[in-house]
Design a protein around this ligand. Structure first.
Ligand SMILES: Nc1ncnc2c1ncn2[C@@H]1O[C@H](COP(=O)(O)OP(=O)(O)O)[C@@H](O)[C@H]1O
Ligand SMILES: [Mg+2]
Length: 461
């Protein structure tokens, strides 16, 4: 069944679709506003058919891979789940720019080197995490400009579309890619790997400079293997020699002729730049400390996951700052999202306003569960409360509790994460406790630095 979506529509009570950004063969990408997150702009990617298993699986995989990554030149992912009609979606950072495809042949020559360096840094980061993107090409790279105080413009490029990505040595076998940018061995059915990624990157840069692919499209794989090096004669003269020879080497038809890793290519450029280029920049250096797979707390995560799968569970993760509580909670959230479950996450901000923390979470739940009687009662009491009607304090609690309890209607079992629950106002805390003690079918994971005096006990029903 086709998933009919239209501009102006709000989906899963949270994303207002503004306009289409791109339409692929199988999926559509929309610019949307996240109504639960200050209306921030997001890219909303969704399968165009509800029964398209392949796209659904590819979106699932894209989400799974992206949650492990954090790098200034890789798109950041936010959320994934299922529409009421069963179609999978994911949301990610909206990169407000143009694709390299749309600027091919028109970029100032001095931009080529910084773009190549940024992308080699990104590939090096992916390589160290054994992630293969699988479809590096100009339409999957978005270019933005950052402007310095002195008015000079610098290119900033972001890699999107991890729909064909996989973790090397993982179980998934991936085929596909975009012909003109595909390494010869991949056209011959070799599994994409870091060497074919380097080829794809160089083919992309070549096309960005010259507005044509480095090798004729119609070459069959055997002809390809007999090809000489691509023709660089109409390559912009202002592109530095070091960049040109780096690209030539990456475009080697034989795998042995290429650099053997993105780092090797980067080292070469750095060496030849006499100190102008560095391996990492101020913004890429921290990436090596963040992101990546969950390590060290795997046992705890597995235990939480097992409990969540077995039945509704409630848990408070208590530990000092830096213990990794949020990371474990986040990992459980990702797992639930992959399972197609709704998830809610509320970071408590310290404010001694009655019911502030509970109301913020209830807002999220009500907007997702829908417009039933609960929502109406909730909105109405919220309004009266905003007008300062004092009797509301008493009537607000039951309607809030009702709103929170509505989470029970969602299947599969939703996951609710309350971060820093110990900072919640005491009214909310009491409410959370009553809610947690109810038998409602949801998993609650709270984090705290100190156990609140009246704490929720870690328990399973
Ligand atoms: N995060 C994003 N921000 C802005 N535009 C995007 C984003 N993701 C995708 N796009 C646009 O949508 C197009 C298609 O998205 P993509 O993820 O590449 O899907 P497909 O699998 O259809 O190729 C891209 O070429 C780009 O123009
Ligand atoms: Mg794409």
């Amino acid at each position: 069944m086709a998933s009919e979506l239209a501009s102006g529509q709000t989906v899963v009570g949270r994303y207002r679709l503004l306009r289409p950004l791109g339409r692929g063969g199988s999926g559509n990408v929309w610019l949307a506003q996240d109504l639960l997150r200050d209306r921030r702009a997001v890219a909303f990617k969704v399968a165009s058919h509800t029964d398209d298993e392949l796209t659904a699986e590819s979106l699932r995989q894209e989400f799974r891979v992206l949650t492990q990554l954090l790098h200034p030149h890789l798109v950041r992912v936010f959320d994934s789940g299922l529409l009421p009609n069963g179609a999978r979606y994911l949301t990610e950072e909206f990169v407000d720019g143009e694709t390299l495809w749309s600027v091919s042949g028109r970029l100032p020559a001095q931009c080529i080197e910084p773009i190549l360096v940024q992308l080699l840094r990104a590939l090096d980061y992916l390589h160290k995490r054994r992630v293969i993107h699988g479809d590096i090409q100009p339409a999957n790279l978005i270019l933005q400009w950052s402007i310095d105080r002195d008015g000079s413009r610098h290119p900033l490029v972001t890699l999107v579309d991890f729909g064909l990505a996989h973790v090397a040595d993982g179980t998934r076998t991936v085929t596909g890619g975009t012909h003109a940018f595909m390494a010869p061995e991949v056209r011959l059915d070799h599994r994409p790997d870091v060497l074919s990624e380097l080829f794809g990157l160089a083919a992309t840069m070549f096309a960005v400079v010259t507005a044509r692919a480095p090798f004729p499209k119609q070459l069959t794989p055997p002809e390809f293997l007999l090809q000489g090096p691509p023709d660089f004669s109409d390559f912009a003269a202002a592109v530095p020699d070091a960049v040109r020879s780096c690209l030539k080497r990456m475009l080697s038809v034989s795998r042995e002729g290429r650099y053997q890793s993105p780092r090797e290519a980067l080292d070469d450029l750095v060496y030849r730049s006499s100190g102008r280029i560095s391996i990492a920049s101020l913004d890429t250096a921290p990436s090596y400390l963040n992101g990546g797979a969950l390590v060290g707390r795997l046992g705890l995560f597995e235990a939480l996951k097992a409990r969540h799968r077995a039945g509704p569970s409630r848990c408070v993760l208590v530990g000092p700052m830096g213990f990794g509580k949020s990371r474990i909670a986040r990992e459980l959230q990702v797992q639930a999202q992959l399972d197609g479950a709704a998830t809610f996450r509320q970071a408590v901000a310290p404010a001694n306003v009655p019911y502030a923390a509970a109301a913020a979470l209830a807002d999220q739940i009500v907007s997702q569960v829908g417009q039933g009687a609960v929502a109406e009662a909730f909105v109405e009491t919220g309004r009266r409360r905003a007008r300062g009607i004092s009797s509301v304090r008493h009537s607000f609690a039951p309607s809030l509790l009702q709103a929170l309890a509505a989470v029970d209607e969602l299947t599969p079992r939703p996951v609710v994460i309350i971060e820093d629950i110990d900072l919640a106002d005491e009214w909310s805390l009491n409410l959370f406790r009553d809610w947690a003690r109810s038998g409602a079918d949801f998993t609650l994971v709270a984090t705290a630095q100190h156990v609140p005096a009246s704490s929720i006990q870690c328990s399973t029903r």
